[in-house]
Design a protein around this ligand. Structure first.
Ligand SMILES: [Zn+2]
Ligand SMILES: [Zn+2]
Length: 223
């Protein structure tokens, strides 16, 4: 089944985040997401809280670790990885724990871009965040896309929302076997993901992609 996920969202547990975790889940639901990854800076307080809340939206717990080389997104964990280590060491630890590792905004100058400082981390990661809705302008997203292609990595999108209204601006369609966080993470690891990032709400995107699916079906049936 195809599930729509935003893989990079902050709550007010991040020093620069403003959205309470309850509101993140509400907004995710209202905007048509099936799943949302709660990834605060160096804390899993809200990820843990999200898991305890009643919601139709699947919660992928995670953390955005501030390594010595820049930010590293770790999905599928409530563990608080130590900040300040070399990125490749943090990645080794997270992968040994069975987590999925994404390098977010890998080439964004002045944005804790791990890709600029630790090439090994790029090669080790499971995926690169090519679409980051906060830093949409410029060539850094394109540069990340080329790197992902060159390294054979899956491409992800993240709203990197620090305010409620941006939850759902990073759109990933993941082909998962069931509606669980584990199934989503296995599918991501296997590369069964299509990512897109738009400056449009997910509901508009859903309407458009539904039309596309209808067109494809009609073509196949030659209607
Ligand atoms: Zn970041
Ligand atoms: Zn972030």
């Amino acid at each position: 089944m195809q599930l729509i996920c935003d893989l990079h969202v902050h709550t007010n547990a991040s020093a620069d985040g403003h959205c309470p975790v309850e509101k993140v889940l509400e907004t995710a639901k209202a905007s048509g997401l099936d799943a949302v990854a709660v990834t605060d800076h160096d804390t899993t307080v809200s990820a843990l809280k999200a898991l305890s809340l009643e919601s139709e939206v699947i919660v992928i717990p995670g953390i955005e670790v501030s390594t010595k080389d820049g930010h590293v997104l770790i999905l599928g964990t409530t563990k608080e990885y130590e900040a300040g280590k070399p990125a490749d060491e943090t990645i080794t630890e997270a992968q040994a724990d069975g987590c999925v590792v994404i390098i977010p905004h890998p080439y964004h100058l002045f944005r804790h871009a791990t890709g600029l400082r630790n090439k090994k981390a790029l090669r080790m990661a499971d995926a690169l965040e090519v679409y980051n809705s906060r830093y949409y302008i410029g060539t850094s997203n394109l540069e990340a896309k080329h790197a992902a292609k060159r390294l054979g990595k899956a491409i992800t999108a993240g709203s990197d929302a620090h305010d409620c209204e941006y939850v759902g601006y990073g759109i990933n369609v993941i082909e998962a076997e069931e509606r669980t966080a584990d199934a989503l993470l296995s599918a991501l690891k296997a590369g069964r993901i299509t990512a897109e990032c738009r400056k449009t709400p997910v509901s508009t995107y859903l309407r458009q992609s539904k039309n596309n699916v209808m067109r494809k079906i009609k073509r196949r049936l030659k209607l």
